[in-house]
Design a protein around this ligand. Structure first.
Ligand code: SIN
Ligand code: FE
Length: 297
């Protein structure tokens, strides 16, 4: 069931990645994005050539990895070699570039400073790759990653369902970040040790030094996934993202779970707080207001 009337999902009518209509929608899109809604583009597809469709084979993923990925360090997470590897690289780069064009038009205020693009090709059917409950994205969560502290920066993601057999990607999504944070904050009681954050960074366990914000977000992620009542009764809606649909959200803010589906492209960017038009809506600012103290320390 699609729920275009849900306050959590906003349907937008763009048809191409460089659709000139995007500029006219940018005010509405930016407000919805920063408020924690999912922007849904039911007519915005990422057509694959026959050669690219042949890449939709889970066996191309390195068995030790969840996804095939492309970042500044190059292509990773695949056992493919030669021409197949080159084709994977080109497909992921094409998705990164197309998403960038869309984001430039919708969110021109982010263009100068959004950074660290990472693209992923998710070939496994949901439910076939989740070594632990903590990594099981069928459970509602906000994104927070142990090795990648964000120090308050935002996780902006563009998704496209590229399933060639008509299979939707079914998500539970939405609900207010602030309501969720208020509910869980009293239980986030793991002690915060700045010296430990420093040590983990020195040892290379984290890519940058964690702040107390990162420490809280990791606990929020885990506590949400562990809470069976919230998984059943939280303030989310079920939405089917059909093949050929694109959707965009701040995944550090929007509670989300991927219930079923197979074959998706996903593009991540990090957005500095200073680029936002309503910084007070960022998870770090919401948590600081609720805690009554700065968390980027
Ligand atoms: C997630 O970001 O939690 C999973 C999204 C997906 O695989 O559809
Ligand atoms: Fe997630």
């Amino acid at each position: 069931m699609n729920t275009p009337t849900s306050p959590s999902i906003v349907d937008l009518p763009l048809r191409t990645w460089d659709d000139p209509e995007a500029r006219a929608l940018s005010g509405e899109a930016l407000a919805a994005l920063e408020q924690g809604q999912v922007l849904h583009f039911p007519q915005l597809s990422f057509p694959l050539s026959a050669e690219e469709t042949a890449l939709l084979d889970p066996a191309l993923t390195d068995p030790k990895r969840k996804n095939i990925s492309l970042s500044a360090r190059g292509l990773a997470g695949t056992v493919a070699e030669g021409e197949t590897r080159e084709r994977l690289h080109a497909t992921l780069a094409r998705f990164r570039d197309q998403s960038g064009i869309l984001l430039d038009a919708l969110f021109p205020g982010y263009s100068a400073t959004r950074h660290s693009p990472a693209t992923s090709l998710r070939l496994h059917a949901i439910g076939t790759w989740h070594p632990s409950w903590r990594k099981d994205d069928r459970l509602l969560h906000v994104d927070a990653f142990p090795s990648r502290p964000l120090r308050g920066e935002r996780i902006l993601r563009v998704f496209n369902n590229i399933n060639p057999h008509g299979v939707p990607r079914t998500w539970h999504a939405g609900g207010s970040f602030e309501t969720t944070a208020r509910h869980y904050l009293p239980a986030l009681n793991k002690p915060w040790h700045p010296w430990l954050a420093g040590l983990m960074n020195t040892l290379g366990i984290t890519k940058q030094r964690r702040t107390e914000y990162d420490h809280l977000m990791l606990q929020l992620h885990d506590n949400m996934k562990r809470d069976a009542d919230y998984q059943r009764e939280g303030d989310w809606v079920e939405v089917n993202f059909m093949p050929g649909h694109t959707w965009v959200c701040y995944s550090d803010q929007v509670p989300h779970a991927a219930l079923s589906g197979q074959f998706m492209l996903e593009q991540t960017w990090h957005v500095p707080l200073a680029a936002m038009s309503h910084t007070e809506l960022a998870p770090v600012r919401v948590l600081e207001r609720l805690m009554g103290r700065p968390l980027l320390v």
